[in-house]
Design a protein around this ligand. Structure first.
Ligand code: CMX
Length: 436
């Protein structure tokens, strides 16, 4: 360690201890308008954002414009009664707060098809990255690069009235969403299939086209992609990907900058990368305890405890807001029960569903011991042959764009202000504890 690093570590260690003790011993004390604990543990529960598109109840889970996932599976347009809802429909609902008709979703499919051509320079930028790059690096870079085409920034520089901001934000957003399946599948084929690209099929909807361009053409996987894109789309405004997108856009950075930043947030292991981590961890467990022992609860329990004692989290479990099993997990479980009930990894996921919560509960600190959306998604993808789990977060990102970008259009229509919360020094916190 060089001397500066050493000096930093010596200074950081006691301060980190002090902050931990502040939360533990004085967490409930007031500090300004909030409590010490609220401020120092990620502002959980502090109302500070206006989000119109969805609301997350800690017990009931997500509602998109008032509709639960089971209600949406029933009410959003589908291609056949046995199918999953179309992603175009969830975007329409999030944006307009009304249920679309089949004509409305067909309009969006066609509109996104018209806007879907990705400029060659974006492919060139993706191709410049080394082949061992993490897929989210490519995804975020590709989105950022398209700021070159931003209609918002062009009009802003030419002199735009603030009442018009929503208009070019809408245009950029529609262009962006339309291009994402092509970009995601291009990254997938570059990294894992020798850059052998597959052209879009103009007859397919937005989600199915993504599966098709990745190289997966089967009615069931189309259905899975439709479901996947709906359930991952929005989770109100405070999660890292939505909040980052909103925060960056609050400086009037255009939607490309904003979504690219949001995707960098999604790439973190405590957020969207958890879907890759789940699969990696399950496969590690299978390797370590043996395939035949993965239904043996004691063996599985030991592996879970070992992960915790290594100072690692159990991926796919816990949530910052939810206090119950995630309904997005349940929707994917329902799909698995219908289409892949005998899948080996699905059986492991079911065992984990029984084994992990009591262990996390026993730690006494995990506020939600139940599985979240990421605990299930990889099982479904792997079943249909998508084994490249580092890519899974890109699929989450394509879906999440529907929610965070519909939020952005509203942000600009409402003229929401630049975001600028107040921070305080450590002395201020010490003083609050003394005074209160
Ligand atoms: N495994 C082990 N420990 C966990 C845990 C888990 N799954 N979930 C929470 N904890 C720990 C926290 O690390 C924290 O420990 P310290 O006090 O030692 O730092 C303690 O329990 C309290 O945490 P919490 O208040 O219950 O949870 P947070 O709001 O801080 O964090 C989350 C929420 C999701 C980051 C956390 O539950 C986690 O790390 N889960 C695993 C990763 C994961 O699945 N993330 C995906 C979430 C969904 C998504 O955004 O995609």
């Amino acid at each position: 360690m060089d001397y500066i690093k050493e000096k930093f570590f010596d200074k950081a260690k006691p301060i980190a201890e002090e902050v931990k003790t502040m939360v533990k011993n004085y967490g409930k004390k007031p500090a300004g308008e909030y409590t010490i604990e609220q401020i120092l543990t990620g502002m959980k529960g502090v109302v500070s954002l206006l989000t119109l598109t969805s609301k997350l109840d800690p017990v009931e889970g997500i509602r998109f414009r008032g509709y639960s996932i089971p209600e949406l599976k029933d009410k959003l347009p589908k291609l056949s009664p046995d199918d999953e809802p179309l992603a175009e429909g969830i975007f329409y609902l999030l944006l307009l707060d009304e249920l679309p008709t089949l004509n409305d979703v067909n309009f969006l499919t066609e509109e996104w098809r018209k806007r879907s051509e990705v400029p060659q320079y974006v492919f060139d930028i993706i191709d410049q990255h080394p082949n061992d790059s993490r897929p989210m690096v490519l995804f975020s870079s590709a989105i950022l690069s398209m700021a070159h085409d931003s209609k918002f920034i062009k009009k802003y520089i030419a002199g735009m009235h603030k009442k018009e901001y929503w208009d070019t934000t809408f245009e950029d957003t529609m262009d962006l969403i339309a291009r994402l399946p092509r970009i995601a599948s291009y990254i997938y084929r570059k990294l894992y299939y020798n850059n052998e690209q597959i052209e879009p099929d103009p007859k397919l909807d937005w989600s199915a086209n993504l599966a098709h361009m990745m190289g997966y053409d089967h009615e069931d996987i189309y259905k899975l992609f439709r479901l996947y894109m709906v359930v991952h789309s929005d989770h109100e405004g405070g999660n890292v990907s939505a909040h980052t997108t909103h925060l960056v856009n609050s400086a009037l950075s255009n939607p490309y900058y904003s979504l690219s930043a949001g995707m960098c947030g999604l790439a973190g292991p405590l957020h969207g990368m958890a879907n890759q981590e789940v699969m990696k961890w399950i496969l590690q467990m299978r390797e370590e305890i043996g395939e035949d022992n993965c239904q043996d609860k004691e063996m599985v329990e030991k592996f879970v405890l070992k992960t915790l004692s290594n100072g690692q989290v159990i991926p796919g479990f816990g949530h910052a807001v939810l206090r119950k099993t995630d309904p997005r997990y349940m929707a994917q479980r329902e799909f698995a029960l219908k289409y892949l009930p005998d899948d080996e990894i699905f059986k492991i996921v079911n065992t984990l569903f029984e084994v992990v919560p009591p262990i996390l509960q026993k730690t006494g600190k995990v506020k939600n011991p139940y599985p979240n959306v990421d605990a299930h998604s990889g099982t479904l993808l792997l079943h249909y042959g998508i084994k490249e789990y580092p890519f899974y977060t890109v699929l989450f990102g394509v879906s999440r764009a529907l929610g965070v970008l519909s939020q952005l259009i509203w942000d600009r229509a409402l003229g929401l202000a630049i975001e600028r919360p107040k921070s305080q020094t450590l002395d201020w916190f010490r003083d609050q504890i003394k005074r209160n």
